[in-house]
Design a protein around this ligand. Structure first.
Ligand code: FES
Length: 154
């Protein structure tokens, strides 16, 4: 989706800045926002570019750095941690050959921590994009990653 299409969906008001940023970023393959895009948004809303930049840098859900096509967020809160989250994490790190905060060389996956995903009763849990996976085991993770790799061009 083009930036103009997103901007046209919202009233031309600063009140919609965060919604616009979230909406646009989720449509980008690498989940990032560029300086040019921030400038375009600022101009459209008739606000200072520094205002847009400060919002983007304040909230961790926004990124100025390209991420992998699929962002894997591993829950690191206590209920998951005591339910084998360390095994989940080490399986992911080994399979993807990256650490938390890194992106695979083929730009397919980025690995991140997240707080509770609301699935504590089915811990350990992780999210890829908008999908939450629960009761994770190393074998389940291998199958999930293989499935995502299989639909590389989807
Ligand atoms: S603590 Fe991990 S889903 Fe709630």
């Amino acid at each position: 989706m083009q930036l103009k299409e997103v901007l046209d969906k919202y009233p031309q008001s600063e009140d919609y800045l965060i919604e616009i940023l979230m909406d646009y970023q989720k449509h980008k393959m690498h989940h990032d926002l560029t300086e040019d895009e921030l400038k375009t948004i600022a101009t459209h809303l008739n606000i200072k570019e520094s205002k847009v930049s400060s919002v983007v840098t304040f909230y961790s859900l926004f990124s100025l750095k390209p991420k992998g096509q699929h962002v894997i967020q591993v829950c690191h809160d206590v209920p998951c941690h005591v339910n084998n989250q360390p095994d989940v994490l080490s399986t992911l790190k080994t399979m993807l050959a990256i650490d938390i905060g890194q992106t695979t060389d083929d730009k397919m996956f980025t690995l991140e921590y997240t707080s509770c995903l609301g699935a504590c009763d089915k811990a350990p849990a992780m999210r890829i994009g908008e999908k939450t996976f629960t009761k994770l085991t190393p074998n389940k993770i291998k199958a999930i990653i293989a499935e995502y790799r299989g639909r590389k061009h989807a």
